[in-house]
Design a protein around this ligand. Structure first.
Ligand code: AMP
Length: 504
């Protein structure tokens, strides 16, 4: 298999009349899914996509999944972005990516008017989907793809203020989808309920896992995510067999009381990833739905979603940490000490990953790529790429990995990956701000922004300005203006003092 989209050819050949995708407005069989993707591919190529990246600026929908596959048939990588993305952030992504086409819809297209598209074509998904597929053309475009080519570019928060375009190869997704299906024994009767936004790589579990087994993918309507109490009912109504959600959502459901007395006999797999899952809430799920397999998956965007997993196989007390387990198939994990040696059992080290899921790097950013993607120092005799995650972990007595947090200023807030530096850079764009330091107040799970200014900054007006540069989930919950930010002896911002001031 040279491209992940070949899985769609296989599924359509085997399960053509079975339902593949369902959203609020439509239900598509595998044959329709493939047909739509091939229409989109033909139209993209005819509009001059020319193997350049394609930005997908769309609300989450079955049509957007078809567009991902369409890009692949056309031989291009796709870059999904949030349909609520601030235009200043999209502008940075366009500058990083230099896309051939931006796929959007009639409602969102107007937002693109004020920004420089660098020559990219704007195409409406409605128009692309209506094109007639050119089978001969698509045989040629797909034949040019090899499995080390990029399949997608997913933008994550960047500490310098510019989002980083993680570039994943087809092989990463092909191997990952195979691992997902084998590990959870998925088959054509599997029905998944997608929670993860498509600009977050947890969605690849759903999109490619369901595709690999010929199962059905149901997209949870966005509005429902605001009502955790109603999510179990949705699972019941749609006869969902598997979920892969971010812990924040699982915690909200557990805390809402919605699991009390609910019967979900069809639900078999409950997997989660993206941040620490507390055993307190996991135990509520386990007590309510004891028939399910629970799995703690771990991985950053840079390694094709997941590189470690732990199938929960024993009881844990509420206060116990949950292991992140061991490496998935086709992946290897090593823990490196500060001296670049392998950490001994029990010793903390940086979690580093090798294997087919490792990204090709950050799109068009050789410097940051060279820092994070390095030669494995433990294999000096031959070339072996390794991704340094910046996460700390240790091997416990059972030979399982335990996660211990981060080495740097990257945080997770409600499942969203945030570089505090990106918030600071955005704040500095606002007039009157001379310097800024974003601090994560872990006790209250919120971001506090200290701002050096000689004037006054009304909080709501300030956040409205910030929203022009950064997504809603990055906005600080508190703003503390100061005449001068404290500095350490070597003239760095004294973040320890700032953090302590929050505890006082
Ligand atoms: P993202 O790139 O958005 O998937 O975020 C990756 C980061 O989320 C990792 O580097 C970890 O810091 C954190 N993370 C992912 N999975 C887990 C997990 N199961 N437990 C704890 N932290 C996690």
């Amino acid at each position: 298999m040279n491209a992940a989209v070949c899985m769609l050819d296989e599924a359509a050949a085997q399960y053509g009349s079975r339902v593949a995708l369902e959203d609020e407005t439509e239900v598509l069989t595998y044959a329709q899914y493939r047909g739509r993707a091939r229409s989109i591919a033909t139209a993209l190529w005819n509009r001059g996509s020319g193997r350049k990246p394609i930005i997908m600026y769309l609300p989450k929908s079955a049509a957007m999944v078809c567009a991902f596959m369409g890009a692949q048939y056309a031989g291009s990588p796709y870059a999904p972005v949030d349909s609520h993305i601030p235009m200043a952030r999209l502008q940075k992504i366009i500058e990083s990516l230099n896309p051939g086409v931006i796929v959007t819809n009639g409602q969102l297209a107007g937002n693109l008017e004020g920004i420089d598209l660098l020559g990219a074509q704007v195409a409406l998904i409605e128009d692309l989907s209506a094109a007639e597929a050119d089978e001969a053309l698509l045989r040629r475009t797909l034949a040019q793809v090899v499995d080390s080519d990029p399949i997608y570019i997913m933008y994550t928060s960047g500490s310098t203020g510019t989002p980083k375009g993680v570039t994943i190869p087809h092989r990463g997704i092909i191997d990952y989808a195979g691992w997902v299906v084998n590990t959870f024994r998925f088959d054509e009767n599997t029905v998944m309920a997608n929670q993860a936004p498509f600009y977050f790589d947890n969605s690849t579990f759903d999109i490619y896992g369901s595709l690999r087994c010929g199962g059905k993918l149901v997209l949870i309507p966005d509005v429902l995510m605001l009502f955790p109490l109603r999510l179990p009912e949705f699972l019941q109504e749609k006869e969902i067999t598997s979920i892969f959600w971010v812990p924040t959502v699982m915690i909200n459901v557990a805390n809402s009381g919605a699991l009390e007395g609910i019967q979900l006999p069809q639900l078999k797999t409950v997997a989660f990833c993206g941040e620490v899952m507390p055993n307190k809430q996991l135990n509520i799920w386990r007590r309510a739905l004891p028939q399910c397999t629970y799995a703690n998956l771990y991985g950053p965007t840079e390694i094709t979603d997941v590189c470690c997993y732990y199938l929960v196989d024993r009881a844990f007390d509420d206060a116990d940490p949950l292991p992140i387990g061991r490496a998935c198939e086709n992946m290897r994990v090593v823990l490196l000490t500060e001296e670049g040696k392998e950490a001994a059992p029990g010793e903390q080290g940086e979690l580093c990953v090798i294997g087919s899921g490792v990204a090709l790097g950050y799109w068009n950013a050789p410097e940051i790529t060279a820092k994070a993607f390095v030669q494995n120092p433990l294999s000096p005799g031959y070339s072996e790429r390794m991704y340094r995650t910046g996460d700390l972990a240790y091997w416990d007595q059972d030979g399982l990995l335990q996660f211990c947090g981060r080495k740097d200023n990257q945080i997770k807030l409600k499942g969203n990956r945030i570089e505090l530096g990106e918030i600071e850079t955005a704040a500095m764009c606002i007039s009157g701000v001379e310097n800024a330091a974003a601090i994560f107040d872990a006790a209250n799970e919120q971001i506090v922004l200290f701002v050096e200014t000689q004037g006054t900054l009304p909080f709501r007006k300030f956040n409205l300005e910030l929203k022009r540069y950064i997504p809603q989930y990055m906005l600080p919950a508190k703003l503390i203006p100061m005449e001068k930010l404290p500095h350490t002896a070597n003239d760095k911002i004294d973040r320890v003092t700032l953090r302590k001031s929050l505890e006082a």
